[in-house]
Write a protein that binds this ligand. Structure first.
Ligand code: ASP
Length: 273
């Protein structure tokens, strides 16, 4: 695992929020994460039509004032990763994405750049491959990667597009919660369900869950270590934070508050590596 306090990650549940444009709901987070970086290296491999994905993503990043280079075009992708200022891994099919990263031998180079401190944004499938494995994907295995081993930039799994079970539903297929529990039956790895609109930010050695929709906190499969599932408030951070809504904009206080909330609920976020 890329284990350094310099890691800067923004892991997004979904790239498009219902009723809004591509990446609109996370524009402020993206700008904040990228800081002075002006050039973003894009991994479009989760989609079959890489040109179309590149064009859409370039247009969006250019509108924010960044240049975008797509890894599928470059002659030596490893070399480009080594010189990247920032990386964006887009969503789509997680198997296709991981296979491409493995085939191009980019797994180690991305890990190493993240350990160097360059910012990385993952969206949906891009967030899953930032985890240790792709075992929390909901996608069909349309291609076969060499292994399920992914980038391991964090030490827990994300299940994006997390949909709360609907108690009134008559649908008999597995809910996302049941799928996550199946992961936990076989693996001792925390899993966090990130609702649509949710983002997970890793910076300065701390984790911060931020979203208007909250997230389901990590579960553990080991019964000894399993905490009761707990929900972050839907409106995050809550308005009554220490009676002063202004402090919500202070990032470190936000992180501290997230930690306190976990302690109060006796649910611990895993530490960053
Ligand atoms: N197919 C999803 C995406 O990238 C990933 C997942 O939820 O498994 O949008």
């Amino acid at each position: 695992m890329a284990s350094t306090i310099r890691k800067r990650l923004l892991l997004i549940s979904n790239s498009t929020q219902h009723g809004r444009g591509y990446l609109d709901h996370v524009e402020a987070e993206i700008r904040d994460l990228l800081g002075p970086a002006r050039r973003v290296l894009f991994a479009p491999f989760a989609m079959l039509d890489r040109e179309a994905y590149e064009a859409k993503t370039r247009e969006r990043f250019e509108a924010m004032g960044y240049r975008l280079d797509s890894l599928h075009r470059v002659a030596d992708p490893q070399h480009r990763v080594e010189g990247a200022e920032a990386i964006f891994i887009g969503g789509g099919n997680t198997f296709r994405l991981l296979k491409a990263l493995q085939d191009l031998e980019l797994v180690r180079s991305i890990r190493s750049r993240v350990a160097d401190g360059i910012p990385l944004i993952g969206s949906s499938a891009g967030s899953i491959v930032s985890c240790p494995t792709l075992k929390t994907t909901k996608d069909m295995p349309v291609v076969e990667p060499a292994s399920f081993e992914a980038l391991a930039l964090v030490d827990f799994q994300i299940s994006p597009h997390y949909l709360d079970p609907d108690p009134a539903s008559t649908h008999m297929g597995e809910t996302q919660e049941e799928r996550i529990l199946q992961v936990l039956e076989e693996n001792d790895c925390p899993v966090g369900g990130l609702r649509e609109g949710g983002v997970l930010r890793v910076q300065d050695g701390a984790r911060q869950l931020g979203s208007s929709e909250g997230a389901r906190l990590p579960w553990r499969s080991n019964p000894e270590r399993r905490s009761a599932p707990c929900w972050l408030p839907r409106h995050w951070p809550p308005n009554d934070f220490e009676g002063n809504p202004a402090v919500q904009s202070v990032r470190c206080v936000f992180i501290a508050h997230a930690r306190r909330l976990h302690q109060r609920s006796r649910v611990r976020l895993p530490r960053t590596g």
